[in-house]
Design a protein around this ligand. Structure first.
Ligand code: HEM
Length: 394
């Protein structure tokens, strides 16, 4: 372990500055426009699209795990915290399991689930869309895709809360609380995976396919399997919930813009892409250059620097995006970094886009004029930006 203190984005100055802001985009845009790059708590924060792209493309840059495990878990999470040939090997196995074709098979199932929930909300005259739709829909979809039991939904939700939104004021407290949540998952999987192996032929899901997969003629060992599932579960359970919550809150705050989409549903695909860019639910990620990188105009990132690549600032960077604070349903340049970029780009982006398209499309169809109680709308912007409460009446 090196002697440099590990930067912890969850308690850093910038996270704390924006932690419950409704419009952190204003802060992020100013950072990209006026600051470009700065050290905060020992980590070099990069705010511009082109700078982050150059770092992500550089062959001598390690990803999130460059300085060791960062999620209160002893093993390295696969593939987020590994690099090089090992990382490529894992992506070759995992990518097809989340390809557009594979996740596309779930479209009708997601639509039916969304319809059932939203018709219930309409019949009840409203409710909190975060609790009723944004949390259960992505979680049920994801558990069914990976092959984890739906009846254990509450257990998995508790796990992802404990990992993504752990309680605590210091890195030590936060890590200790995460480790408790992680420990419960390891215990759960110990029994669950053993049982699943005995009836493997019955299943065609991510867990079963990983159990059948081989590297160089050898099956994947239990430790690696758990390190993949640990990551997939919290990455897949929380991020779509968070994105959907931000998007539905945005439409609640902008009813005229919502009306545009209700009249012209063909704009939905670009609208979702724009809202994912604008909301950037995963604000930043760590990168670790192994060599000096010259970003031009006097900005050199020295080797061994901890870099906090701020996707959320890059996504509203006025030196790259025209009129970045406008959510433009006709924007042509859609190259944002909400799903990161480079070798660690998100595996789940096709699934996320599909779920968002279906859930938002059905919401606009079934509840086209929902009225959001703005005084009760709250956000949590640390680690993953979420609209934690979206009470609506219809
Ligand atoms: C809108 C929803 C989502 C957003 C905004 C999002 C965002 C991201 C970001 C920014 C990264 C890069 C992390 C880093 O290197 O620092 C990432 C990686 C990853 N995401 Fe997502 N994600 C979403 C949905 C999902 C889903 C549904 C899954 C489940 C399959 C998933 C699985 C992963 C995995 C496994 C990685 C690691 C990839 C690697 O390191 O090679 N994500 N995601």
């Amino acid at each position: 372990m090196d002697t440099v203190t590990r930067f912890d984005p969850r308690i850093s100055g910038l996270s704390q500055q924006v932690k419950d802001l409704h419009d952190p985009q204003l802060v992020y845009m100013a950072k990209a426009r006026d600051v470009r790059a700065e050290y905060i708590d020992g980590a070099l924060h990069l705010y511009r699209h082109e700078d982050i792209l150059a770092v992500n493309k550089h062959p001598d840059v390690l990803g999130n795990g460059g300085r060791g495990g960062s999620f209160g878990h002893d093993g390295r999470l696969i593939p987020l915290e590994i690099d090089g040939p090992d990382h490529r090997k894992w992506r070759r196995v995992l990518d097809p399991m989340f390809s557009p074709k594979r996740v596309g098979l779930m479209e009708e199932q997601i639509r039916e689930l969304a319809r059932g929930i939203l018709e219930g909300v309409r019949a009840d005259g409203g409710g909190d869309l975060n609790d009723l739709l944004c949390t259960p829909l992505p979680c049920q979809t994801f558990l069914s895709l990976v092959g984890a039991p739906l009846e254990d939904l509450e257990f998995f939700l508790e796990f992802k809360e404990g990992i993504i939104h752990p309680k605590g004021e210091t890195t030590e407290e936060i890590d200790a609380n995460m480790a408790v949540a992680g420990g419960k998952l390891l215990e759960y999987f110990d029994t669950f995976l053993k049982e699943k192996r005995t009836r493997l032929d019955e299943y065609d899901d991510v867990i079963a396919n990983l159990m059948r997969a081989e590297f160089d003629g050898e099956p994947i060992n239990e430790f690696d399997l758990i390190n993949v599932l640990f990551l997939l579960l919290f990455a897949g359970l929380d991020t779509v919930t968070a994105s959907l919550s931000c998007i539905l809150a945005w439409f609640g705050k902008n009813p005229d813009r919502r009306a545009e989409l209700v009249t012209e549903p063909d704009l939905l695909r670009v609208a979702i892409e724009e809202l994912v860019r604008f909301e950037s639910p995963v604000p930043s990620g760590m990168r670790y250059p192994q060599t000096d990188i010259d970003l031009g105009d006097g900005l050199i990132v020295p080797a061994d620097t901890q870099v906090n690549a701020f996707w959320a600032a890059a996504n509203v960077d006025p030196t790259y995006h025209a009129d970045p604070l406008r959510v433009d349903f006709h924007r042509e340049k859609l190259s944002h970094m909400a799903f990161a970029s480079g070798i660690h780009r998100c595996i789940g982006s096709h699934l996320a886009r599909l779920e968002l398209k279906v859930a938002v499309g059905e919401t606009l169809r079934i509840l086209p004029e929902y009225d959001l109680d703005l005084s009760a709308l709250t956000y949590d912007n640390v680690a993953v930006r979420t609209a934690t409460s979206i009470p609506v009446s219809v």
